[in-house]
Write a protein that binds this ligand. Structure first.
Ligand code: FOL
Length: 176
């Protein structure tokens, strides 16, 4: 029984990682200084099912696979740290939890502030040797942030309505 569950977990992780790679590298928009994608959707699902540590690890694996298959820029470790933290954030807010407006908004605000407004500007300044207050870092980023916060919050909350998380939680309780 335990073995079977592990096999299913690995298969589910692999599928979600493949979705992350596809959404971020093929269906995502990437410029030198900004990325826009729906990668957070499989990350939230992974977060609900597997928790912060495994979602962090899964996101790092997706970053490695995506960079080795579709690199458009040299590898930079800062974005691997982003991947881990972003996965961990969704795991923290959604592991075995119901998705509500409250945790949807919280997860979007924490990831936006920490990842998009603090760490990514630092990584971009380091990677491209531009000053941290440079307009190329902030102008597109602030525009995206204002537009993206309501979009990401609404999609996150909507996911809570379509995903059968009650069945998943019941399954956890039966398995443990
Ligand atoms: N190195 C690694 N390890 N992974 C990458 O995806 C990567 N990508 C680039 C260079 N080195 C990499 C290409 N350049 C953003 C913009 C350009 C860019 C990398 C990142 C960026 O602005 N990212 C997001 C948030 C962070 C994220 O999702 O990782 C953003 O705030 O828009």
């Amino acid at each position: 029984m335990k073995k079977q569950l592990d096999a299913r977990s690995i298969t589910t992780m692999a599928l979600l990682i493949a979705m992350m790679v596809t959404l971020s590298r093929i269906l995502g928009i990437e410029t030198q200084f900004l990325k826009v994608s729906f990668t957070f959707i499989p990350e939230i699902i992974m977060g609900m099912l597997f928790g912060p540590i495994w979602t962090g690890i899964g996101s790092v694996i997706a970053d490695f696979i995506g960079m080795s298959l579709f690199a458009k820029a040299p590898f930079f470790i800062g974005f691997t740290i982003n991947a881990f933290l972003e996965g961990a954030i969704y795991g923290y807010f959604f592991y075995k939890k119901e998705i509500t407006w409250k945790n949807s908004i919280q997860s979007v605000l924490v990831s936006t502030i920490l990842i998009n407004l603090i760490l990514t500007p630092l990584w971009l300044a380091m990677m491209y040797h531009v000053p941290l207050n440079s307009w190329v870092i902030w102008t597109p980023r602030l525009i995206k942030t204002v537009i993206w916060i309501p979009i990401q919050t609404a999609i996150t909350y909507f996911l809570g309505g379509v995903l059968p998380y009650k069945q998943w939680i019941a399954r956890f309780n039966r398995a443990h």
